[in-house]
Ligand binder design. Structure first.
Ligand code: UD1
Length: 382
């Protein structure tokens, strides 16, 4: 029996973890025991509990309630808590996802205790170390014994940093296993799309059944915490709304909401509220987001996850960043980098709204990334 300790803390990690937990339940239950740690990085019900319920993720065995704090403090609280849990739980491997502070804390705690780390979504790079996520990814990759990349580009990025799969044992951070297994988020979209169609009432609730609309999310710190950038993005959204005259649905991340509620953002908040096309909603459950993505004309986002989910559902995307880790989306002609430039955003939307491009190559695996990850872990650790 391989004992996996999975560490999650933020919304995108609950989504990714559900693909692995489901695969353990369906195909590996006699070979693997999984315990989940929830660090508490995301604690709002709409960012956390609703995902555990809807995606049938097993209840966490451990909860750290780290909550919000500065990066150093938040990571330190998690590091201390995860170290204790690893000592108590004695797992064969610590499984981490993506690039959040929860990922970093778990990788550091495990590596120092000489417990192998398995990193799902390894090898991604924005080549912008000002992003906390980029720092978290690089450190986690270099501490991991198992690196599962979602794309071929991710594999190449690791090779460029000197990480090589030599096919020899014992496996360690100095001699890692590196596999391009595809993206667990693609597994999930294939699995949940029909369920979302059946269960989500979001289109009717928002009066969107007969109307073309754009789905938009904004939550990256470099967009939300910089008044000039946020103002530029809002100006861009207003320009798009006025040009196309269709609803822009904006489910608001708590970080963005917190920022917009500050006195210095009052006029920006007012502009959004007074615009008859921009509709702010609370953060949405996964089924509702999938349903909106499947029905929208296009997406505007700075989220890594939503960029790809748009691609999986064959929707064009304007990425409100200067660079992206998911370079395939741009190279295949299905996405545009607009940074915080209102004109670039408007141009991207003009292309997106007249979108006829039918070619979305399968860069993200065959829909069974979770199976490949668990096959690899059981074959090396049993
Ligand atoms: C984190 C991840 C990011 C991921 C994102 C998904 C890091 C460095 N960043 O960003 O990679 O794409 O999650 O959402 O780990 N807040 C609440 N309620 C919550 C959670 C957060 O109000 O449940 C507010 C707090 O004011 C907090 C702020 O949002 O300070 C930011 O939360 P944080 O966990 O630092 O990062 P995210 O922006 O969510």
């Amino acid at each position: 029996m391989v004992r996996i300790l999975t560490v999650v803390g933020a919304r995108p990690q609950f989504i990714k973890a559900s693909a692995i937990s489901r695969c353990i339940h369906e195909r590996f239950s006699s070979k693997i025991r999984e315990n989940i740690v929830h660090t508490g990085q995301h604690y709002d019900e709409l960012l956390s509990d609703v995902f555990f319920q809807q995606m049938q993720i097993p209840a966490p065995a451990y909860h750290l309630q780290a909550g919000s704090a500065s990066h150093g403090k938040q990571t330190a609280i998690m590091l201390e808590g995860i170290e204790e849990i690893i000592q108590k739980d004695e797992p064969d491997v610590v499984l981490v996802y993506g690039d959040t502070n929860s990922t970093l804390a778990a990788a550091l705690a495990a590596a120092k205790l000489h417990v192998p780390v398995a990193h799902v979504e390894a090898g991604l790079r924005s080549y912008n170390k000002k992003m906390p996520e980029e720092v978290n990814r690089i450190v986690t990759d270099h501490l991991s014994s198992f690196l599962f990349t979602p794309t071929h580009q991710g594999y190449l990025n690791l090779e460029r940093e000197g990480l090589k799969h030599l096919h020899s044992k014992p496996v360690s951070p100095d001699n890692p296993v590196i596999i391009n297994c595809g993206d667990v988020m693609y597994d999930n979209v294939l699995y949940f799309e029909k369920l979302a169609q059946k269960h989500s009432t979001v289109l009717a609730d928002l009066n969107l059944e007969e109307t073309p609309f754009i789905l938009c999310t904004i939550h990256r710190d470099f967009n939300t915490d910089n008044p000039q950038r946020l103002k530029n993005i809002v100006d861009g959204l207003i320009g798009v709304a006025q040009t196309f005259g269709i609803p822009i649905i904006l489910p608001l991340h708590p970080r963005t909401n917190n920022t917009l509620s500050k006195p210095e953002f009052e006029s920006i908040f007012k502009q959004i509220h007074e615009n008859k096309f921009i509709k702010i909603t609370p953060p949405m459950p996964y089924f509702d987001i999938l349903r909106l993505l499947a029905a929208c004309s296009m997406t505007i986002t700075d989220s890594g996850g939503l960029q790809k989910e748009a691609y999986f559902l064959k929707k064009p995307v304007a990425i409100i960043r200067a660079e992206t880790e998911w370079t395939e989306i741009i190279e295949s002609g299905n996405g545009w980098l607009t940074d915080d430039d209102p004109l670039l955003l408007l141009n991207a939307c003009k292309q997106g709204m007249e979108f006829l491009h039918g070619d979305f190559p399968l860069y993200y695996g065959d829909g069974d990334a979770a199976g490949k990850i668990l096959e690899t872990l059981t074959s090396y650790l049993s």
